[in-house]
Design a protein around this ligand. Sequence first.
Ligand code: PMP
Length: 358
Amino acid sequence: MKKHNFNPGPAILPETVIQQAAQAVLDYNGSGLSILEISHRGSEFVAIIEEAISLTRELLGLSDDYHVLFTTGGASTQFFMLAMNLLNEGETAAYTDTGTWANKAIKEAKAYGSIKVIASSKDKNYSFIPKDLSALPADARFLHLTSNNTIFGTQIHEWPAVPVPIICDMSSDIFSKPIPVEKFGMIYAGAQKNAGAAGVTMVILRKDMVRSDLTHHMPPMLDYKTYIAENSLYNTPPVFSIYVTMMTLRWIKALGGLEGIQKINQAKAKILYDEIDSNPYFKGTVAVEDRSLMNVCFVCDNETLENEFATDAKNAGCVNLKGHRSVGGFRASIYNAMPIESVQVLVDTMNSFALKKG
Ligand code: PMP
């Protein structure tokens, strides 16, 4: 039976990308070598990383003011690496606390600067995006945001107007819609949701954010300047993951770039939220205006029915729908590569569930 993979990450990839990646493992571009065997300094891989960078620039509309870097250690490493690179001891940075990942970013940054949490949705189990950022300190070097809260299913739909650069964890919605790039001093994202396979993290860094006056020791692997100077090839990068990212970006470009993918993502999320809102057996868990187009969280109106619906969904081929333990219920992750047909299968299953029960 066909599987519809609603996993939050690592997540569904475009089928054509998986096929091309499988072929590249066997024989990369007719070279007689596997992509897993080629040198990261050879011409084949240099062409791959350069295309990945230029596609990132083209899709996001990045000017020459930005570096595009590939790092490892996941977005979790960026939680401390960004603070280490952007703050000297005693300097202030502002954060919003919008969920588990924002929280980890805050905790890690505290080792490097004076971190002010200026807004939080914790009191309401992170079910909305706080909009009042008036507590932003005048001396903050940046404001850190999490654009899409993968676990709780909230997403920023309107970027705040603030007088400081925004540093944004876009791990779960990068490349899902156009963004006003000029607002961002830095964007980072683990690739394994919208941008490829696990193992590589993208860092998009505005040149004026790079500091030459840091007073603490910077190991080269944790210093953005190393990645800038060496074109992300200081050590052996995750060659295969970067290849999969490049192929995924080609796929997004062919769909009409970020405007094209945004339309598809809006249509997919709409049919699912419409079903949640009209089906009496289900309800959404977050503020309507902050609903994520990537991670759709919902519960059964009557919690005791959840196991039965989970079984129906599984029987229909819908897998990995279980909500995170801090929310419960269900979470349908419908990233870029999720076909609308699969979302429709889930919606049909919810509909049949109501008919069966009603
Ligand atoms: N930030 C967000 C928004 C995430 O969803 C995740 C992973 N689910 C992370 C950070 C952590 O990413 P990684 O596993 O790549 O360290």
